[in-house]
Structures are given as C-alpha cells and as structure tokens.
Design a protein around this ligand. Structure first.
Ligand code: FMN
Length: 414
C-alpha cells in the first residue's frame, strides 16, 4: 500500500525552481550542445549545404572516415578501481613545449568559408586554452595575422610543397620569422582526393551564387551576411604570389614531392619538423631514421585515399617499432575526449582535431570553438577519473583493448 497525502504549498514551491531563460541565442545554443555531434547538428543547420558538406565530407565512399570513427567506438577501457584521482593533470610536453591538453587544432584550408571568424577564432580559442594551433598553407588568414592572434602561445604551420618550390620556401621563411615553432609537412596529397559531395553540390571556391545556393541560403541568412560583408575569401598567405584560387589549389598538389624535398626543408626550417599523413610502419621507421622530429599518423580525415589504413589501428605497432623516444601524433576520426585518452594510452604523444574544431566554429564562431575545447576537456578529465589515473603519463596500453570488426584476410595457403 502506498500512503498518499496532499502536497504542502511550501514543498510545491521548492519543486518549482524555474531557470531564468537565457536570451542570448548563441550562448543558449552552445551550452545546450553536450557532445561534438551536437555541435555538428547545429553547424549543419546554420551553414550553407555546400560549405557544410565540404567540411563534413570525405573522399569517394567516405569509408576511411567512417572506419576511423568506428575504430574509436570499438574499444574497451579497463579502469583501475579504488585509486582516487580527485585532481587530474591533462597537460603534456610536446615537441619541447607545453600544451594544457593532449590535443591541438589540425590545419584546415579555407576555414573562413565555414564561418567568417575562421582561423582567428581557432587560434584565439587555442591560445585561451593553452594548446597549439596549426595554420594551413591554404589558410584564409595570413601567417602574420594568426601569429598576432596568438602571440604568446604555440603556433604550428602546415606546409604543402607546391610545384613552384620557391613559393613554399617563402612560406617556410615567413613562418619561421613570425615565430612558429613547428612545421607540419603534409605528404598525403600527391593529387587531390575525390570529394564527391563537392562535385554533386557544384561546390566551388570561392562560392558562386546559383539558384540552388540562393534557395539554400534563405534559412541561413547570417552566413551570407558574414560572407558578403567581410574581406574576400582567399588563401591569405599566398595572396601575394598571384594566380586564381583554382590555380593555387592545383599548384599545391605536386605528385613529384619526395624525401629530397624533406632534406631541403630541414635545411630551411630552424624549428621542429613533423611529417603529416604517415600511413605505414615502414614509412614511420624511415622518417625516424631520416631525422625528423616526429610524425602524424593520419589519412587526412579520410579526404584523400579512401579505404586507407585507420591511423588508430596503426598506432600500437608504430609505437612498438619506432621506440619510446620518437614523437608520434595521430588524427582522423576524433569526436570525443575519450578517443584522445585511448590514443594516448596506446602510445600517441599527442592528437589533432580537424572537424571537431570546425563543427564548433560553424556552430558559433569563436565561442563555438571554445565550446568544442570545453567538451573535449571535460570528456578527457572524466574518462581519466573513471580510469583511475591522475596524469596522462599513467595511461598505458593495459587501459585499452581495440576490438576489431575488420581484420586482414589470412595470407597462408591451406
Ligand atoms: C575542411 C578540411 C580542410 C582540411 N585542410 C587541410 C589542409 O589544408 N592541410 C592539411 O594538411 N590537412 C587538412 N585537412 C586534414 C586535417 O588536418 C586533419 O588531418 C583531419 O581533419 C583529421 O580528421 P578529423 O577531421 O576526423 O579530425 C583538412 C580537413 C578538413 C576537414
């Protein structure tokens, strides 16, 4: 039998704790986003289809990206019990400098297309959070302007070695003069990947107005107001080198780049140099032996070779093979702070986020990138506490099992 009684008015009043409504729409939107996927949903609503798809999409059947995200979902964590971790330290030392969190912002081209604040929002948010920001060769804010946004923090510069080598060497010299401490030499773009969504959308850089884009713009007026009332979208660091955007894009991809280019860049660049887009054990070893400071295991967020190796799958064997003293970073597919914790446990020194940052940017400019970082930070801290570790150095392979859906076909004949 349940005993019933009439509610007392004072008890009812206690229950009615109505929250004061937040009339700031952007803040309300962003605080309501609890995951990177929530930010993606907001981003999709607010960004014209062609620009959203350019960011969200990948190459061909988009299998590389789907598999990379699935690989992070397909893990099992092994927590240690009764090991109090009231305070957790999420900081790391990476390439001889500090980072408050075990991730930085990956280089992305044409970032002001996604949202007008672009790289300035990314670099500003990175500076505030104490993490590195990587500017792309195809960035839409210049090397010097990004540095001015983050003058005391860590700036990394990503290099495409262009057909006209002098253009690339000029960028390397400018980034060094501006105080960037690390160069990411991207090597997975001998040609551009086939981004089918872009083809289907008739996507062009810079965006062109067609009947379709105008209709799609109607529910997204603010993107268009921003686009039409802010400085022209261009590859800011390359603006002085001449050529149309299309010509510059073509020139950025050079199928003839080789280890010889690496040697030349090594001579020109005074700081740390890492090679981004490494996808095999053999290349990892070769680069270590060639004397680079580190590698980024990456398949370019699935935007280049489809059905490329999943970087997270490669990680444990690369770490075992190259030894503990060589810097190994990883990107592609990171959508959750727990993905980052798993990567660190399996031997990564650091991780990079591409789309997770861009979804935040599209959802709310600088405040949106701040939100991305805050979401990942809280997921990292919570995962560490639940695993019973209080620093990233305590994470080891015993904390994670990778569960494989796909395995190689057995090669021995029977
Ligand atoms: C819209 C977009 C543009 C990108 N542009 C570049 C680029 O200019 N240079 C580069 O090295 N990588 C570029 N990348 C790849 C990222 O640096 C990174 O490797 C990838 O986004 C990681 O995967 P994730 O998006 O799943 O985090 C780009 C990625 C995206 C999504």
């Amino acid at each position: 039998m349940v005993t019933r009684q009439l509610p007392k008015p004072t008890e009812l009043l206690e229950l009615m704790q109505f929250k004061r409504p937040d009339f700031n729409g952007k803040r309300r939107r962003l605080t309501g986003a609890l995951t990177i996927n929530d930010l993606r949903t907001i981003a999709k609503r607010r960004t014209p289809k062609a620009a959203f798809d350019y960011t969200d999409g990948a190459a061909e059947g988009e299998l590389s990206l789907a598999r990379a995200r699935q690989a992070f979902a397909d893990i099992e964590f092994h927590p240690s019990i009764l090991r109090p971790a009231p305070e957790v330290d999420t900081s790391v030392e990476i390439l001889s400098g500090p980072s408050a969190l075990p991730f930085g912002i990956a280089p992305t081209g044409f970032t002001r297309l996604m949202q007008t604040e672009g790289e300035v929002a990314g670099a500003g948010a990175a500076a505030a959070a104490g993490i590195p920001f990587t500017l792309s060769t195809l960035g839409t804010t210049s090397i010097e302007d990004v540095r001015a946004t983050n003058p005391d923090g860590r700036n990394w510069f990503q290099l495409y070695v262009m057909r006209d080598r002098e253009i690339s060497y000029g960028l390397v010299r400018r980034a060094a003069a501006a105080g960037y401490d690390t160069l990411h030499f991207t090597v997975d773009t001998p040609v551009s990947g086939a981004r089918l969504r872009d083809k289907r959308n008739g996507f062009s850089i810079p965006p062109q107005l067609s009947l379709g884009t105008v209709i799609n713009a109607l529910p997204r007026p603010w993107w268009w107001v921003d686009f039409l009332t802010t400085p022209k979208l261009e590859f800011a660091s390359l603006a002085t080198t001449g050529g149309t955007v299309g010509e510059l894009l073509d020139a950025a991809m050079d199928p003839t780049i080789s280890f010889d280019d690496l040697a030349v860049i090594r001579e020109l660049w005074p700081g740390k140099i890492v090679v981004k887009g490494v996808q095999t054990l053999e290349d990892s070893l070769r680069l270590r032996d060639a004397g680079v400071d580190g590698i980024v295991l990456s398949n370019h967020g699935g935007r280049q070779l489809d059905r490329a190796p999943v970087p997270f799958h490669l990680l444990p064997s690369v770490r075992r093979t190259v030894g503990d003293d060589f810097t190994v970073m990883i990107d592609t597919g990171i959508m959750n702070g727990a993905d980052i914790v798993a990567a660190i446990a399996l031997g990564a020194d650091f991780t990079l986020i591409g789309r997770a940052y861009l979804y935040g940017l599209m959802a709310g400019g600088r405040a949106g990138v701040d939100r991305t970082i805050a979401i990942l930070r809280s997921e990292i801290e919570r995962t560490m506490r639940l695993l019973g570790v209080s620093s990233l150095a305590e994470l080891d392979p015993g904390h994670v099992t990778q569960l494989r859906r796909l395995g190689p076909v057995s090669v021995h004949a029977d």
